[in-house]
Design a binder for this molecule. Structure first.
Ligand code: HPA
Length: 305
């Protein structure tokens, strides 16, 4: 297995040359927004570079409707080292575009995740984020969205929660001393992973207009949902919601010094709270109701950059 740096470099080179080819084709002339054709793809810059990263959670791909114009997109299948998704309908693609309109912040959207429950180690799970960060030349902000089950019984389906902190219960660790990556440092501080200033901004702006919780996300590996006993245990630990992603990406963002916003969409009450079984379909169906409120939050953070 190539080192993580090599994987990132090769993936970034492929995205940049795909972008160059697309622009050249579209314009019929040398690209306007970019890349000197005589420069090797690995060294070329997508300019102006995107400033921020947006990761879409399960069923939240409709966020892409607000990315307009899209200036480039590439399937994960065409990016070296990104594993093919094993989940139906989850191919995954990397999109570069402006949030809202042409004047909007230029962002890299990671539409699809690499999950631990698909058998991938944490470094592979954060590979899309590392690639996006490189394309930005160091992102100023990452926004992680996810679908969650609510452990906190005061929460309801369709509501949103800003992640204030997380509990990594995935059984996996991004920062390992034997890893080949730059994440191998000891003593990575995890006190301020989710940037307070963005949470404050969103709470101040939207506390009146919508139900916007703040709380703790607990990340499990999955892929099964939790047992009711696990949910009761997690509640005593102070977890408000549970999901199967986010914690390693958040750790990577923290390590890279990227400001971070985490937004959870509550798609179901966690196991045992209601007298019914949980299904993945329910999770997907219940993301839709929150889409417009999520769009408002994203608009606010990207315009605040
Ligand atoms: N548990 C874990 N992950 C989830 C859930 C859940 O209840 N809902 C959406 N993602």
């Amino acid at each position: 297995m190539p080192s993580i740096q090599q994987r990132v470099e090769e993936a970034v080179a492929a995205v940049r040359s795909g972008w160059l080819a697309a622009e050249t084709l579209a314009a019929g002339t040398p690209p306007t927004e970019t890349l000197a054709v005589d420069t090797p793809a690995a060294d070329t810059q997508v300019t102006p570079a995107p400033e921020a990263i947006l990761v879409t959670g399960s069923g939240l791909g409709s966020i892409l409707k607000s990315v307009s114009p899209i200036v480039f997109e590439m399937s994960y299948n065409d990016i070296p080292h990104l594993p093919a998704s094993r989940i139906a309908g989850h191919t995954g693609r990397l999109v570069i575009g402006h949030y809202g309109n042409e004047q909007g912040t230029k962002i890299v959207v990671l539409d699809g995740r690499v999950h631990g429950y698909e058998g991938h180690d944490p470094l592979t799970q954060v590979l899309p984020l590392l690639i996006a960060n490189e394309l930005c030349g160091g992102a100023r902000l990452a926004v992680l969205t996810n679908a969650v089950g609510a452990i906190n019984e005061h929460f309801a389906v369709g509501e949103l929660m800003l992640i204030k902190d997380h509990i990594n219960f995935s059984g996996q660790s991004l920062v390992e001393l034997n890893s080949d990556s730059d994440f191998g440092g000891t003593n990575l501080d995890m006190s301020f992973v989710y940037t307070p200033k963005y949470r404050q901004l969103l709470v101040e702006r939207f506390a009146q207009g919508m139900v916007l919780h703040e709380g703790t996300y607990l990340g499990v590996k999955g892929a099964m949902f939790e047992t009711p006993a696990e949910i009761r245990a997690f509640r005593t630990w102070g977890a408000d919601v549970v999901g199967m992603s986010t914690v390693h990406e958040a750790t990577a963002a923290s390590r890279l010094g990227i400001d971070l916003v985490g937004i959870s969409v509550i798609t179901n009450m966690a196991a045992g709270i209601e007298a019914k079984q949980l299904t993945h379909q329910e999770v997907l169906d219940n993301t839709k109701g929150a889409a417009s409120q999520l769009g408002q939050l994203l608009h606010a953070v990207f315009t605040a950059l």
